[in-house]
Ligand binder design. Structure first.
Ligand code: ZN
Length: 166
């Protein structure tokens, strides 16, 4: 089943729904199409482009942030399988999770203290902070947003969604 990214009225990612659910929201005028594919969905009465990203007309308040475990899988997905020091994308098996402040020096396994690193950068950094190693991060690590979590957990991602998600 194809899935559709739902954005809040503010264009923040909100959730992922089935095409069927997205079409219902569109037909009820609760949402509008932001991105669509070339394909068309036809029924007796209507013909609409196949939605890829839709946006709710009304703002939905998000009451809380989900907590997602920090694991090798989720960290690598958050960082797009890219070494956060040198920007390279080696095969996934060659990527490691680096603690920015090393664990041996009290660094926690938290979203803000872990990044994806290639073996070479991780080896070079060793038991130092990035400053001590003379290395810098491509971007400061953050806790992923809601929809990113959904996708990481479901293992699914669509390229067209990227600019709304990260
Ligand atoms: Zn690297």
């Amino acid at each position: 089943m194809e899935s559709v990214l739902v954005l809040n009225a503010t264009y923040e990612p909100l959730s992922v729904v089935s095409v069927r659910r997205a079409v219902l929201l569109l037909l009820k005028e609760k949402a509008e199409i932001v991105e669509a594919s070339e394909a068309e969905l036809r029924s007796e009465h209507v013909s609409i482009p196949m939605p890829l990203v839709i946006r709710l007309v009304y703002y939905v308040r998000i009451p809380h942030r989900l907590s997602l475990p920090v694991t090798r899988r989720t960290v690598l997905a958050r960082d797009h399988y890219t070494c956060q020091y040198c920007g390279r994308q080696p095969p996934r098996k060659d990527l490691t999770v680096d603690h920015i402040l090393p664990r041996s020096r009290g660094g926690h396994t938290a979203w803000e203290n872990v990044v994806t690193a290639c073996q070479r950068c991780n080896g070079r950094k060793g038991n130092q902070t990035p400053e001590e190693a003379g290395m810098s991060l491509l971007s400061p690590p953050v806790r992923p947003r809601y929809v990113a979590l959904t996708l990481i957990e479901g293992g699914e991602t669509r390229h067209v969604w990227d600019k709304y998600m990260f």
